[in-house]
Design a protein around this ligand. Structure first.
Ligand code: ATR
Length: 293
């Protein structure tokens, strides 16, 4: 394999706008080099109105697949030939594999989250009560995967309560009647936390540069809880630090990013990437970005 791309190089294209802050190119290109694979991961910023023309052009090129991010995760659906059931249930695609001229859409966010939980010691969420903070796109994927995986109860708490209501109703109708909402203010939240085994922050609260913010009062955290954060910058958020101080088990946000990426990598190459060098590449890319920003 040459040290530079050739006409034989397989491409993986990241479609979104803007893409300046994505860690995925650094992670995947490091893994292609690590494994000696003649692949190139290329971020391509595409405006909404150009998505169809660009995507249909990719079909004629040596492209193994794509990642899709904001704002195209939903718009891409109508351009695909086939959808994996989890992507169909979610109505959003973050990973595409081209096979025999067909474009197949997947969503690896939820499965990536479940794998990061497994790595953090929760091999199964079956029968568990779970509190989810937030109701955006990331929480939707996580909530649906938790419902598919047999969670006993999923409590959704969001600043905008109507979004939480809509998400709970959708899960109950599409998957299983296991979701309910809980108000962000008032005593009910404390009672729910006491019953849950797992608490997940799926909001952007605590993300750099607002690293001092907490998505839930630290006094609610107790040792019976595992606390997972989807925020990965900073690596240990204030929430995770407070959880550790209070004796909780914690699951870092970088794990979800890593595992959803590993799932995509396997779809494009047929190879399960080793996680240790992939994690090192992610941490290095994050550190470089923090240095810049
Ligand atoms: P993503 O697709 O990455 O999940 P998103 O759809 O913008 O991003 O969702 C961000 C989540 O963080 C939402 O649940 C948002 O709450 P709202 O639905 O009320 O907007 C939540 N969030 C963002 N900033 C917040 C803040 N300061 N306090 C509480 N929740 C916040």
């Amino acid at each position: 394999m040459p040290g530079y791309p050739s006409s034989l190089t397989k491409l993986v294209i990241l479609l979104g706008e803007p893409l300046g802050h994505s860690l995925s190119p650094a992670i995947h290109n490091a893994m292609f080099a690590h494994l000696g694979l003649d692949y190139l991961y290329l971020p391509v910023e595409v405006a909404r109105e150009d998505l169809a023309v660009v995507f249909n052009g990719l079909r004629r090129m040596n492209v193994a697949g794509c990642n899709v991010t904001i704002p195209h995760k939903v718009a891409i659906l109508e351009l695909l030939d086939e959808l994996h059931p989890q992507a169909a249930a979610l109505g959003a695609v973050n990973t595409i594999r081209f096979a025999d001229g067909r474009a197949i859409g997947y969503n690896t966010d939820g499965e990536g989250f479940l794998r990061s939980l497994a790595e953090g010691g929760i091999a199964s969420v079956a029968g568990q009560e779970i509190l989810l903070l937030g109701a955006g796109g990331a929480v939707r994927a996580i909530a649906m995967s938790l419902a598919f995986a047999g969670a006993a109860a999923i409590h959704i708490c969001n600043r905008s309560g109507d979004k939480a209501e809509r998400l709970a109703a959708e899960i109950n109708a599409k998957i299983r009647p296991c979701a309910a909402t809980v108000a962000a203010e008032g005593g009910a939240l404390r009672q729910v936390v006491a019953r849950c085994q797992l608490l997940v922050n799926g909001t952007s609260v605590g993300m750099h540069p607002h690293g001092q913010a907490l998505p839930i009062a630290a006094e609610f955290l107790a040792p019976h809880l595992t606390v997972a954060d989807i925020v990965y910058n900073p690596h240990t958020t204030r929430l995770l630090a407070a959880a550790m101080e209070r004796g909780c088990r914690v699951v870092h946000g970088l794990g979800m990013l890593l595992h959803q990426g590993a799932l995509g990598f396997a779809l494009w190459t047929g190879i399960e990437p080793p996680l240790a060098p992939m994690r090192a590449a992610a941490e290095e890319a994050l550190a470089a970005r923090e240095g810049r920003g």
